[in-house]
Design a protein around this ligand. Sequence first.
Ligand code: EPZ
Length: 417
Amino acid sequence: MSILRITGGRRLEGTLRVHGAKNSVLPIMAASILARGETIIHNCPDLADVNAAIKILRHLGCSVDKSNDRVIINSAQMTRSDIPHELMKEMRSSVIFLGAILARCGTAALSMPGGCELGPRPVDLHMMALREMGAKITDEGGSILCAANELLGCRINFPIPSVGATENAMLAATACQGTTIITNAACEPEIWDIQRYLRTIGVKVTGAGTSTIIVEGGEISANTEHHVIPDRIVAATYLSCAAASSGKIEITNVIPRHITTVTNALSEMGCRLKIYEDAIGIDATGKLTAIKPVITRPYPGFPTDAQPPLMAASLKASGTTVFIESIFENRYRHIGELLRMGADIKTEGKVAMVTGVSKLFGVPVESTDLRGGAALCVAALGAEGITDVSGLHHIDRGYDGFEAALAAIGADIVRVD
Ligand code: EPZ
């Protein structure tokens, strides 16, 4: 079992490039099924979740070639419309393939995506959207079976904004006769990136990034290329690493407006931020202080995925910062491990109260989930002594070359097999 061995106390200094967005490239890989041709994706991160999506595409009969940050998918010869359990269980967000498979094949069969470390992760809103379009869905016995002789454009109003359900609705809507109007849609930048991709294959879609998305159904057949937007959560994580280590770094290939809530929080904490067109400078060499409550919300609110890294950056900020996690039920699992490092955190339901301590101590810790694992690494950078972080399969799902990136700017971090 590999671990990341981090010796804290080193100030990070230098420049880091942010890689492509996991939560953008995964739905776009699913959407490539709709193109019925060749899709070349640039700026694709090398992640376990991307490799899981490649396995699914190959299982479906698509050809996929990956080299460095480029993935070439040809979905012309797609032969299957099912995703078996052993592939679904590798990545629960594989449910994002449902809408595209149904649109392409008229049928889709997936094993029910289970919950994950963050909680039950229901898919009822995904099902609601597809049923509105006319799909017949049976979700029993641990599998989801979808069939639709025809899909009809309709109005879909989500009771709450769901990223995945919005994405599935958009992709399925490309095969609907007529117009589909999606209201209370999620507004995340990754959904705007999907719209950018869909337009390159001839789909008439507008509104992504707002709460109302309109899709005109129609025949698609295209070859295309797409450049994935930067990963805003990786950017937030790198900035949190600088804050935790009293460092001074610059991150490049980032879209600053995608993480305004995070840079505002770090600035309030006492970091000096410089915002450029596609870069952010952070100087955290001064004293950090607690900030007003951090409440996670759907975009453009504070991103739930940035809550664990920012919490780790606040552990030595003087005063008390209140975090309220309003998206996922079980997103404080990293707190137990932070407490073992000497953090002062009290939790009650969705609320976590972080009171700054003067020191954190390196101890062996176990990653509990993707962003929780990243948070442990952030905390370790500002701890005294050695922190061994295990459970790297979580971190490898969402961070490409994490330890190499941090080591390149001065962190004492090494992967030990
Ligand atoms: C996406 O998950 C992201 N994953 C998550 O990132 C991210 O945390 C989340 O959006 C919120 O921004 C990918 O894009 C692959 P949701 P998703 O549907 O689509 C409830 C990471 O670390 N809900 O927006 O699954 C749900 O329980 C991951 O990169 C239903 O009730 O999230 C949650 O409370 C973690 N029924 C809320 O909606 C449904 O059918 C928002 O979830 C679907 C969701």
